[in-house]
Write a protein that binds this ligand. Sequence first.
Ligand code: FOL
Length: 198
Amino acid sequence: MKFTLVVAATEELGIGLKANLPWRIPKDMAFFKAITTKIPKDFPIQAAESCTVQNAVIMGRVTWESIPLKFRPLDSRKNIVISRNTDYDVQTKDQTVKLVSSVERAFEVIDASTTPRIFVIGGAQIYREAIKHANCTSILLTRIRSKVDCDTFFPEIDDSLFRLASHEELEKFVEEQVAEGIQTHNNLDYQFTMYVKR
Ligand code: FOL
């Protein structure tokens, strides 16, 4: 089962500050929501009425807790939370969230026939483990082109393993039009990019 990392990071690969996102960029959040929710056109739709076809979002416990209560679980997506503490209480409105003890375990609980795409959405500890995985075939990276103070970092992207894809490839992958070039929100410059396995 291949999967994609989704992240927003600075030039220094900073992703977080004090267990939260260091910025608020509404159009990046809208991009995150759209791409993690969207079912690709070519996915064979299941006939049985009882089965729900949804993408999966895999995240660590710290990232789960950073999502505002009203937004979690992330809707229309299968949420999988990783914690070594098997007693961790994934408090939610419903019981749709799965708790697993490792990244590897997360893939085991996913039913490929009803899960078109799998996204690993952080944080640092989870990205570090996932980026080394053979099935990690792409990285959707929103590059923050301004200096922002961070205390948590995305792992180095080894360019012998990944290459920067063209904007055309990015749009083809997400099956959406994506704003090209440097975008600005308040005083923050950012850019939608994608890396793919060589
Ligand atoms: N990737 C990118 N590109 N930007 C991010 O901000 C990002 N954040 C995370 C992982 N990958 C990312 C982890 N943090 C929500 C909050 C924090 C978060 C991820 C998601 C969240 O609440 N999402 C809602 C939409 C919220 C809104 O509209 O403001 C969702 O339904 O996806």
